[in-house]
Each structure stands twice: as structure tokens, then as C-alpha cells.
Design a protein. Structure first.
Length: 117
């Protein structure tokens, strides 16, 4: 199983980025997909999640109204559209695939997002 994130980078406050996570080696449509983020010295925090069919989403309060999670099961990809970025959004962003019945989790290697002027 591989989860490969892309789309991170340096952006000015107020800017936008779209992260992508391409999955392989798993039955993608059977997995809940989530984005987490982590800054040095802090615990990894859940940013957004989307159900296996895409009908349900959830967000951390800190990103509601600014971030949107989506998925394309045919492309085995999950996205995180991030708008109105703030310096506090600076972190390494990780993609997670979770099978709720078999209780397995897979993680990507992470992609750095830096919001700075």
C-alpha cells in the first residue's frame, strides 16, 4: 500500500493550495480518507475526513469554511483544497486511509505546507 501526497509548498497568507493524495495497493473505495497535520513538538491533529463514498465530510473547527476535502474513487485520489491560508496552517500534512471494519491504517510520507509572507 502506498499513499503519496503532493501539492505542498510555500504560499503567502490569504493564498490557496490544493493537496492531493494518490493511493495504490488498496481497495480505495472501502477506506475512509483523512488529512492530518503536524508541527514540531505538537501532536498530529485531524484536519478533515471523508467517508468511503464521499457523502459525508468532517472538519476541524480551525479550518471550517476554508478547507474542502473531496475524493475521486476512480482516480484513487483524495484532495484537500485549502483557501484563505493562515500562518497557523503551516505544518506537514499527512494523508491517512482507514478501514473501519478491519481497523487498519495507512499513512503517506507527508507534504510540507508553509504559509508565510
Amino acid at each position: 500500500v502506498q499513499l503519496v501526497e503532493s501539492g505542498g509548498g510555500l504560499v503567502q497568507p490569504g493564498g490557496s493550495l490544493r493537496l492531493s493524495c494518490l493511493a495504490s495497493g488498496l481497495s480505495f473505495g472501502s477506506y475512509v480518507m483523512r488529512w492530518y497535520r503536524q508541527v514540531p513538538g505538537k501532536e498530529r491533529e485531524l484536519v478533515a475526513g471523508i467517508s468511503n463514498a464521499g457523502g459525508n465530510t468532517n472538519y476541524a473547527d480551525s479550518v471550517k469554511g476554508r478547507f474542502t476535502i473531496s475524493r475521486d474513487n476512480a482516480k484513487m485520489t483524495v484532495y484537500l483544497q485549502m483557501n484563505s491560508l493562515k500562518p497557523d496552517d503551516t505544518a506537514v500534512y499527512y494523508c491517512n486511509a482507514a478501514h473501519l471494519i478491519y481497523r487498519v491504517n495507512y499513512w503517506g510520507q507527508g507534504t510540507q505546507v508553509t504559509v508565510s509572507s
